[in-house]
Design a binder for this molecule. Structure first.
Ligand code: PLP
Length: 224
């Protein structure tokens, strides 16, 4: 058994049937993705529009692709037609451009709101209050071509498990609150949190989707 196959098997066992595994294949060559595919994996995630589009077009059609990276509005066309879910809607501008693109191309684009939960200022996303305020405004002007399916967040990169737990707990309780207050958002079901280093904590705290790269494929080879 290849190690990729082995890694996927072990992860699936650990995650159980209720948590979806996105295999984050950014920077990985198609051969490695096919190893995961041949081990039964059908859900993959990418974070750069060009690489995303290239892989979508060169790999098997029954793969479900999620987009997990920062998306500039001028690159929406490379991503939105092919993504089963965009995890990383991190601004109002992007959300409304997706709505516009969806209307123009007769698409329904599934998205998560990326929430800023980490201590690092480098990370992206809405604050809790920005997201809450946006959702209130959307009540009276609902989106037609974008479906909000939940939230995504990235914890601080730290060994401090308490800090990570705190951030994931905050994200999960935000999700629950929104779900209760916005019953009309019938597809608002997903909490995407947890990566190679912190997914066990995320799962314990309510993740429905984890995004895992290194633990499946090994270290990424960054080519400049
Ligand atoms: C790269 C990436 C991951 C996976 O990270 P690993 O630490 O390799 O598991 C998950 N989510 C996002 C948004 C990423 O960019």
């Amino acid at each position: 058994m290849s190690s990729i196959e082995q890694n996927i098997k072990e992860l699936k066992q650990q995650l159980g049937p209720s948590v979806k595994l996105v295999a984050v294949s950014k920077f990985q060559p198609n051969e490695k993705i096919m190893e995961a595919y041949n081990a039964g994996q059908r859900l993959f995630g990418e974070n750069r529009p060009q690489e995303f589009e290239q892989k979508v077009k060169s790999l098997p059609e029954d793969i479900q692709w999620h987009f997990v990276g920062h998306l500039q509005t001028n690159k929406i066309k490379m991503v939105a037609p092919y993504a089963a879910l965009i995890h990383s809607v991190d601004s109002e501008k992007l959300l409304f451009e997706l709505e516009k693109f969806g209307a123009q191309n007769n698409l329904n684009i599934k998205c998560l709101l990326e929430i800023f939960i980490a201590k690092e200022q480098t990370k992206q996303g809405f604050t809790f209050s920005e997201a809450e305020e946006l959702l209130e405004r959307l009540r009276t002007a609902p989106l037609k071509n974008v479906t909000l399916c939940g939230v995504m967040g990235m914890a601080t990169l730290t060994k401090d498990k308490e800090q990570i737990s705190k951030e994931f707990t905050q994200l999960y309780s935000f999700f629950s609150r929104i779900k209760q207050r916005h019953l009309h958002l019938s597809e608002f079901k997903e909490v995407s949190m947890g990566m190679s280093e912190d997914f066990p904590i995320a799962c314990r705290l309510g993740a429905s989707i984890v995004r895992i790269g290194t633990k499946i494929f090994g270290e990424r080879e960054y080519k400049e």
